[in-house]
Design a protein around this ligand. Structure first.
Ligand code: SF4
Ligand code: SF4
Ligand code: SF4
Ligand code: FES
Length: 1007
């Protein structure tokens, strides 16, 4: 009596139906929801064993048989069926208890209990805890090792087949949550085991080292290598000695029973609490906002344990799970540095801060406050960002303050401000999972926002979500899409506008919605006149049939989410194309309800927060205009100063200002502008012209070369604070490690500078900074460290009573009349189109395992082992035409600079488009990109660069290493663990079932 897995898998979001199911558990009447698994209903009443069941997200797996109960007199797996009204459930009958004992005994035949010397014995080992809970004293199925070696080939984790209990949690996670589809279980093997790509070793398989499988493994079969020999008091003992100790224990076990042995291991596990510190933190890489506990022993980072995060639950990507070596890297800046000639010397804080204050003071005195610019980091906390913009405005007296969203996300924010009134995602990641159709435009989501991408892959694979991708390159999401089309770079605005016109022309526009909720309809419709499908097809180089098919899909989908990123924003029409997306969503009524809306995917962990905090030349925190007298008056009152009323310079203008002598000094934190801004040579020239340049960072970056003073900041693990993720989710991070050497939390450094410039600040903790910010910022009004305690999160706007808005616009748009605004648009040609000389189009973007230019990830040993060098992707056609193969060195030259790089030939790119991952080792990609910008936001048109490629004589090895998942990985997609194949094995019988036992002709072990 079981349902198939697809029948019992939970939907993307569990909808409480309001109906209640009444059933009886051990004689007690209980209520449940119809979508509840029976096991979930039982666990609300009492504990029963359940080894393979992990969570609602993972759904039923049904491999372990330890959750057997009697329902109306029949033995069933309680995780394998939903509740049914009137069920009579008995959990403690002898049959059920014996069946569970038998099931667990089978598990012990697959797993050697050596808990006291096991690195997984940390009070969260499901096998250990189940043995204790079931009071196991002896086992009948003797343990026999499996005939497979331990697989150590992945840099980050290992698989020990002999310890594997074949529960299939890892497979379920890989196939249905991460959806990388690497894992399966070879149920037909004489001794089943977990398989990577059907039987490869882990290193070199399609495994992307996301860590889902390790996180959910209920024992030590899959473990982080960083835990091995580190977690336990005895686990660093040499293996040979350990083996002898285990043999001794096993010899006395039949007489003593497990009880005493398990008690000892339990005591040892409790003792570990003293040496292993578990601290909640938030990922410091991308904007998805994964949160997790970091386990540390002194400064050693033992592991990352995700479980409770609102954005990610059990999910991480390789960077969040394993990308932490950089924190303790020998390259960390640990002392202030002061320029001396062409080099730097170490200095004490006192000297460095005094120099910073006196030079900034002098420059302000001689040239005025607007001769100084401040750049806030998108990696540091909201509190760090708030105090830096306050320093610029309230202490220095300038609005010359910005953050790196200028390079990526400002156009998206502008497009949303024009149309719907808030510059953030309309809903949550959960809404993206719920949408009936997801359209991804110019975003390599699986590599740039990996955990968010898993929710789309899952909904598409399991729940029938439609997926359409518009991208010049065939990245993973494009490979998975129902429709992938490749618009000519820079032409997205045209097809987006044409779709809007198509909706009006064919009666698909949601006219009732528009009439009630959107202004400016007539002007907008008129602006759409040139945008016929024929025009779009010719401008975008996409067949009209494909465009029509996509438009029809959008028109007929109940709910649509549009996700976009730098493939849209980093064009001269970035703001307009973002606006066109929002216009299309308004035309089709895809706002004001769950499961739809606009999702500009924020790149850095706190790029949303940096802008929210007012690190912008035109806005105070919460997007309150610096030119609004009333608002400025509010800040002046609280800060006790007169504030500048003129909009300041953005990053781009600051560099130009350095050229024309308007800007004399800069204070820049946590931002490698040389690598991140476009036209690196131009930026470097600007920095060279500054009279004084202060850089605050954790490493000596390219940008540091131009500094006069370098101040050592602290990474996320070394400070308290909050980040705000792409879904507007504000989350707390706690200090896990002390600041390294003389490094200091960034807010402390900024406060020291402010006070030396007469600021009289006295913050003692970031919570005080948050309190001040919230008091001045309606968007964050109800946010506080108390409300954000531990894993609690809030999605702005946060109202004074602490309520938040996971889905925006449910009660109207963020304009005075609550109505959205259509924003008419015109098309312009891209800036730097290929020509006879510069005949190739250069595309670029992030890579899964490296973050941006790689300042942090290049200092992670395992990531470097898998992906040590960069390359340029060249299409098969171009490779044939130029007679080049992977590994060939070439020189790429644009109008702005040139670099030498190896080629990787791939079908992901077509024709004369080449693709360069952002990570740089020998000079950033931005030496190639020019100075064209989006006219509304000054965001560089990184994605509009024409180049030429010159073949160099050297031929090297393939830049992809055999260990890399792209090299030869071949995923093995399946719906889940396929437990039915286990049930078909001749040696399987369901514990407690006599029927199967008789068929197999084997005696029953228990009555
Ligand atoms: S991709 Fe690799 S690390 Fe991630 S769940 Fe699959 S096997 Fe595990
Ligand atoms: S490796 Fe997979 S199947 Fe084996 S015990 Fe761990 S989660 Fe279960
Ligand atoms: S990099 Fe992004 S997806 Fe990966 S763990 Fe961090 S927040 Fe999550
Ligand atoms: S928990 Fe039900 S079969 Fe494993």
């Amino acid at each position: 009596m079981h349902e198939t897995m697809s029948e019992v898998l939970p939907p993307p979001v569990k909808v409480e139906s309001g109906e209640t199911v009444h059933l009886k558990i051990d004689g007690r009447e209980v209520d449940a929801q119809p979508s509840d698994l029976l096991l979930e209903a039982i666990l609300r009443e009492k504990d029963i064993p359940h080894v393979c069941y992990h969570s609602e997200l993972m759904g039923p797996i049904q491999t372990c048989d330890t959750c057997m109960v009697e329902v109306d007199g029949k033995l069933v797996r309680s995780c394998g069926m939903k509740v049914v009204a009137g069920m009579n459930v008995v959990t403690e009958s002898k049959r059920a208890v014996d069946a569970r004992a038998e099931a667990f005994d089978v598990i012990l035949g697959n797993h050697l209990l050596y808990c006291t010397v096991c690195d997984n014995n940390n009070e969260n080992c499901t096998v250990h805890n189940t043995a204790l809970a079931m009071k196991v004293e002896h086992q009948e199925h003797a343990f026999t090792p499996k005939p497979y070696p331990v697989d150590m080939s992945n840099p980050f984790y290992r698989y020990d087949p002999s310890q594997c209990i074949l529960c299939g949690r890892c497979v379920q996670a890989c196939q249905t949550v991460q959806v990388n589809e690497t894992l399966s279980i070879g149920w037909e093997l004489e001794r089943p085991r977990v398989l990577w790509d059907g039987g490869m070793q882990i290193g070199g398989s399609s495994c992307v080292s996301c860590g889902h499988c390790i996180t959910v493994c209920p024992c030590n079969a899959l473990m982080e290598k960083s835990m091995l020999g580190e977690a336990g008091y005895l686990t660093s003992t040499p293996q040979k000695t350990l083996d002898k100790m285990i043999d001794v224990i096993k010899a006395i076990e039949p007489e003593m029973g497990y009880g005493a042995v398990m008690q000892v291991s339990q005591i040892e596990a409790t003792m570990r609490e003293e040496r292993i510190k578990k601290t909640k933190t938030v990922c410091t890489y991308c904007g998805v906002g994964c949160s997790y506990d970091v386990w540390t022993k002194d400064r050693k980072i033992l592991k990352i344990e995700p479980l409770h995060g609102d954005a990610n639950a059990i999910s991480t990507c390789v960077k969040g799970k394993f990308g932490w070596d950089y924190v303790n890297h020998k390259d960390r800046l640990q002392k202030p540095l002061i320029r001396e000639g062409s080099g730097f010397r170490e200095a004490e804080w006192e000297e460095a801060l005094a120099l910073v204050a006196s030079r900034l003071g002098e420059i302000k005195h001689n040239y005025g406050a607007d001769a100084i610019g401040v750049v806030v980091s998108s990696k540091t906390t909201n509190e760090d960002g708030y105090v830096m913009q306050k320093l610029a405005r309230a202490v220095i007296g300038t609005n010359n303050v910005d953050n790196c969203s200028r390079y990526c996300q400002s156009p998206a924010t502008a497009g949303l401000f024009r149309t719907v009134g808030y510059g953030g995602d309309s809903g949550s990641i959960e809404d993206i999972g719920m949408a009936k159709l997801v359209l991804i435009v110019g975003s390599n989501t699986a590599e740039s926002h990996p955990v968010l991408a898993t929710r789309v892959k899952r909904a598409h694979k399991l729940f029938g979500q439609r997926l359409i991708v518009a991208d010049p390159r065939e990245h993973e999401m494009a490979t998975r899409a129902d429709i992938h089309f490749r618009p000519k770079p820079g032409s997205d605005l045209v097809w987006l506008c044409a779709f809007s016109r198509y909706m009006f022309d064919h009666g698909y526009a949601k006219t009732d919605f528009i009439a009630q909720h959107v202004n400016n309809v007539d002007e907008y419709r008129k602006s759409l006149e040139p945008f016929t499908m024929e025009f779009a097809a010719s401008q975008c180089d996409v067949p009209i049939e494909v465009l029509t098919e996509v438009a029809e899909e959008i028109a007929h989908a109940e709910t649509v989410c549009i996700l976009w990123a730098m493939g849209i924003t980093q064009h001269v029409m970035g703001s307009d194309s973002s606006t066109a997306i929002s216009n299309l969503l308004l035309t089709t009524g895809n706002y004001m309800k769950p499961g739809c809306g606009a999702y500009p995917l924020r790149g850095h962990n706190n790029v949303q927060g940096a802008s929210d905090m007012g690190a912008m030349p035109n806005n105070f925190p919460g997007y309150q205009s610096v030119t609004d007298d009333e608002i400025r008056g509010k800040f002046e009152k609280t800060w006790g100063v007169t504030l500048p009323a003129k909009v300041g310079l953005d990053n781009h203008q600051m560099v130009d200002g350095a050229y024309d002598g308007k800007l004399r000094a800069m204070y820049l934190a946590g931002e490698d502008m040389i690598s991140a801004d476009s036209n690196a040579n131009h930026v470097a020239g600007g920095f060279e012209r500054l009279d004084f340049f202060v850089v605050q960072d954790i490493f000596f970056t390219e940008t540091c070369r131009y500094a006069d003073v370098i101040l050592p900041g602290a990474p996320a693990l070394e400070k308290d604070g909050t980040f705000t993720s792409t879904e507007r989710r504000i989350q707390r991070l706690y200090q896990a490690l002390p600041e390294l050497g003389d490094a200091r939390a960034d807010w402390k450094i900024t406060q020291d500078i402010a006070n030396r410039l007469g600021g009289q600040w006295n913050y003692t903790h970031p919570s005080e900074i948050m309190a001040e910010m919230a008091s001045l910022t309606p968007l964050y009004a109800g946010a506080s460290f108390e409300r954000l305690e531990n894993y609690n999160t809030l999605q702005w706007p946060v109202h004074p009573d602490g309520t938040d808005e996971p889905v925006l616009y449910l009660n109207g748009f963020n304009f005075p009349d609550k109505k959205a605004r259509f924003f008419p648009l015109q098309f312009r040609e891209p800036s730097d189109a290929p020509s006879a000389e510069f005949d190739l189009f250069l595309n670029n973007g992030r890579q899964l395992e490296h973050f941006h230019e790689g300042n942090m990830t290049h200092r992670v040993a395992g990531i470097n082992e898998e992906t040590p060098e960069r390359y340029v992707e060249v299409s098969e056609e171009l490779a044939r035409e130029r007679e080049i193969e992977s590994g060939r060195w070439v020189r790429l030259t644009s109008k702005y600079g040139s670099l030498r790089i190896k080629v990787l030939v791939t079908a992901r790119v077509v024709g004369k488009q080449v693709y360069l991952p952002l990570l740089s080792q020998e000079g950033p990609i931005n030496v190639l990109t020019g100075s064209y910008t989006d006219s509304s936001t000054d965001t560089p048109a990184f994605k509009e660069t024409a180049i030429k490629m010159q073949l160099l004589p050297e031929k090297g090895s393939n830049p992809l290493k055999p260990l890399n998942f792209r090299y030869s990985g071949k995923p093995t997609p399946q719906t889940g663990v396929e437990v039915e194949r286990k049930w078909k094995r001749a040696d399987y019988h369901m514990p407690g079932s006599t029927k199967l036992v008789q068929i197999q002709g084997q005696p029953t072990r228990k009555a």
